[in-house]
Write a protein that binds this ligand. Structure first.
Ligand SMILES: [Zn+2]
Length: 59
């Protein structure tokens, strides 16, 4: 099996260093087993979007 597939979601936000940026976050693609996917998706939802330039959490 290869690594977990993810898709990148973006959202506009503010980076403490770069100001207005398009934040990025990896989101798991639906996969089997479903329970593992749901767990990954739930944890991804609680992770912050990150600045594509420095990786800091945006607000
Ligand atoms: Zn930044």
């Amino acid at each position: 099996m290869s690594a977990t597939k993810t898709t990148t979601r973006t959202k506009a936000g503010k980076c403490p260093d770069h100001g207005d940026v398009q934040g990025e976050k990896d989101f798991p693609v639906a996969s089997w087993p479903l329970l593992a996917y749901l767990g990954r998706r739930a944890s991804a939802q609680f992770k912050p979007y990150r600045c594509p330039q420095c990786g800091k959490a945006i607000t």
